[in-house]
Design a binder for this molecule. Sequence first.
Ligand code: ZN
Ligand code: ZN
Length: 147
Amino acid sequence: MGSHHDHLQEALDSLKETRVRMTPQRHAILEFLFSAPSHPTADEIYKALESKFPNMSVATVYNNLRVFKEAGLVRELTYGDSSSRFDSNMSDHYHVICQDCGKIVDFHYPGLNEVETLAEHVTGFDINDHRLEVYGTCGDCQKHKKH
Ligand SMILES: [Zn+2]
Ligand SMILES: [Zn+2]
């Protein structure tokens, strides 16, 4: 596919335009976000990269994620009191979440903009966004259960 790499390059280019200084840590965090299979938390990013950058702290990871978020490169998914997850897929999509292992997988489903329109009509809100999540058991966890 190679799309992760193109996506990463685009992100690097757009950061250059916003004059965000590129540091090795910043590059590594961005690269991780664009190559990681699934919506990591700041803590997971930190754990994946700490051996490479012994001086890096979780706070550094958070600060960089904030920079990426402000530059429009990642989306933050908050889940109540548990920690946020970061999504480098900025296109419209929905999430299916495994209730056993917490894995988040993207999927596309058209047509839910109608919900926004309806919500606008019935509530008078100016609707900007919506979020849909479906829950279940992922393939890996289903296998584990059968054994
Ligand atoms: Zn699972
Ligand atoms: Zn996603």
